[in-house]
Design a protein. Structure first.
Lengths: 273, 279
């Protein structure tokens, strides 16, 4: 089964798929955001945002800098409180059931969040304990994931000595330690060279295909998106389009995603950048 | 896993989280030997140089808990112990500010465990580190003829936990209010030294009262004074209930305020636009 066969591809812009579609499994989507607005003082960072990440799908959150992607991530991870609308992770409202929601969530923040002075394994173990996984089990899981990702030989190295790409891969490994069902990545490829970027995208796509993980991948790099992905275009805090790759092209009458993106945000993108 | 509703974090998980946070703090502590050394050298400089120099100038009369005349070094020791904890409390907060800058704080806060528990665990880790520093200092001071009654070395432990909690949660509260290191560095200057000097750490309050009533009032209102006195009495196996009550009360207020400040719905973070930037 591929990621594209999952339910909510029919979800249209600003029309969330909170309830499961008829005839499909009643399992809740990995992430369902409904009508979320967030303001910093007078500035509206998010304006009535709704989107869904079905389980086992790669959903790209595409938007220029300042579109509100990081704010959205901060709300889902409960660094800020959403004062309007609702955010459900695997059917758990992040406000009412934060523990259940955060347990099902793995996240790679835009800023590097590894402790440079500690080793790779120490960083991973620390994260495991924060999720209530004991040292022995955490160590086993960390080594297993590092092995799968070809990083086992770096386990005892200080993070400071890793390359930027390796650090990102370790951060993804870390986000997976507690077996989340939803993985959020906030512009994870920023600052990486082309080869590292491709490796990272491949690593995450493998997780979607093999482990049916729901992935929300925030980016402003169009090349990271491939036909079959779900795409949510966010601009100036509003969802401008939400659908499959093909749907977005059809809706905008474009022959490429770049052109489609420009037609959705084009005139304003200069201001937003 | 995906069943909504009845989700409960296992109780054993709380212990694991606490152990993990303390373990990481310990690793960071070991990695930063300079931090340990400076935490030790700072009070020792006061003891070896300042107190020795002032020994002949400042006589301390017999006041509780002392039963005889004491050397100035002996008088100043509890204040220096409290100073270690004050520095440590603010230093672990400094690490919170640093953590927020590098984003590690985010990793802490996305743990599914309750935020108050994460912050208390972080505080506990900081207090454990301060205990190591204090006992190392007391060991060196022993060779400098600051010999306390043996019971004092044990009796001071609960006192240190209490004072460490107050000073640590004060630092935690401050860390929630400052976003940048530069701000915080100046806060250290504006907080540590005034708190230390305007207290009973260096001179008994009756002496302060003789020279300046205003300063005496400031010292009396300074919670650090009570931390010093709790430690002073405990070092002689005695309990000073009023000072302990003030310290416990301040600890509760600071802790509650910092938990509130880090709470996503009531906290200052959201209003400021987030933990690391205002994007």
């Amino acid at each position: 089964m591929t990621a594209d066969e999952t339910p909510a591809t029919e979800t249209s812009a600003n029309h969330p798929a909170g309830a499961p579609s008829p005839g499909l499994s009643p399992a809740p989507p990995a992430l369902a955001i409904r009508h979320v607005t967030h303001e910093f003082g007078a500035r509206k960072a998010l304006d009535d945002v709704s989107l869904t990440v079905p389980a086992g799908s790669f959903t790209a959150l595409l938007g220029p800098n300042g579109a509100g992607k990081t704010t959205l991530f901060s709300l889902v991870t409960r660094l800020y409180d959403n004062r309007s609308g609702s955010i459900d992770v695997l059917g758990h409202d992040v406000r009412r059931e934060p523990a259940a929601a955060l347990s099902a969530l793995g996240v790679v923040f835009q800023a590097r969040t590894l402790d440079l002075e500690l080793t790779v394994l120490e960083n991973l173990l620390y994260h495991a304990t924060l999720h209530g996984i004991g040292f022995r089990a955490g160590r086993r899981r960390a080594l297993e994931l590092l092995e799968q990702d070809g990083l086992a030989d770096r386990a005892k190295d200080k993070v400071r000595n890793l390359s930027g790409g390796q650090m990102r891969r370790v951060e993804i490994v870390r986000a997976l330690i507690h077996r989340p069902r939803l993985l959020l990545l906030d512009e994870p490829t920023v600052g990486l060279d082309i080869a590292s970027r491709a490796a990272l995208v491949a690593q995450v796509r493998k997780l979607v295909a093999q482990e049916a993980l729901g992935v929300l991948w925030a980016t402003h790099i169009i090349e990271e998106i491939v036909p079959g992905d779900r795409i949510v275009v966010l601009h100036r805090g509003r969802v401008r389009a939400d659908g499959t790759y093909g749907e977005i092209l059809a809706r905008t009458g474009s022959d490429g995603l770049g052109a489609a993106f420009l037609s959705l945000v084009g005139e304003d993108s200069e201001v937003a950048a | 896993m995906s069943t909504p509703g009845r989700f409960r974090l296992p109780l054993a998980g709380y212990l694991i989280v606490l152990a993990g946070i303390c373990w990481r703090e310990g690793l960071r502590f070991l990695n930063q030997r300079g931090r340990f050394l400076s935490a030790l050298v700072r009070p020792l400089v006061w003891l070896f140089i300042f107190a020795a120099g002032f020994r002949s100038v400042l006589g301390v009369s017999i006041i509780p808990p002392y039963e005889t005349y004491v050397l100035y070094e002996v008088y100043v020791t509890p204040g220096l112990v409290a100073m270690i904890q004050l520095f440590n409390g603010l230093q672990s907060s400094l690490s919170m500010v640093y953590d927020r800058e590098v984003g590690a704080m985010r990793i802490l806060l996305v743990s599914p465990y309750p935020r108050w528990f994460l912050l208390v665990s972080k505080l506990t880790a900081g207090i454990c580190v301060s205990l190591l520093q204090v006992y190392a200092f007391l060991a060196v001071a022993w060779f400098w003829e600051v010999e306390l009654p043996p019971v004092g070395y044990f009796a001071v432990l609960p006192a240190l936990l209490l004072t460490g909690l107050m000073l640590g949660s004060m630092g935690l509260l401050m860390s929630s209010l400052f976003r940048q290191m530069e701000n915080f560095a100046s806060v250290m200057n504006f907080v540590i030294f005034p708190m230390f000097f305007a207290s009973s750490a260096l001179y008994p309050l009756w002496r302060v009262q003789e020279s300046s009533l205003v300063l005496w009032w400031i010292c009396t209102l300074n919670p650090f004074t009570y931390a010093v006195e709790v430690i002073r009495f405990a070092l002689y196996g005695q309990f000073e209930p009023f000072a302990a009550l003030v310290v416990a009360g301040c600890a509760l207020v600071f802790l509650a305020a910092s938990i509130l400040a880090y709470d996503p719905s009531a906290g200052v973070m959201a209003r400021r636009g987030g933990p690391d930037n205002a994007k």
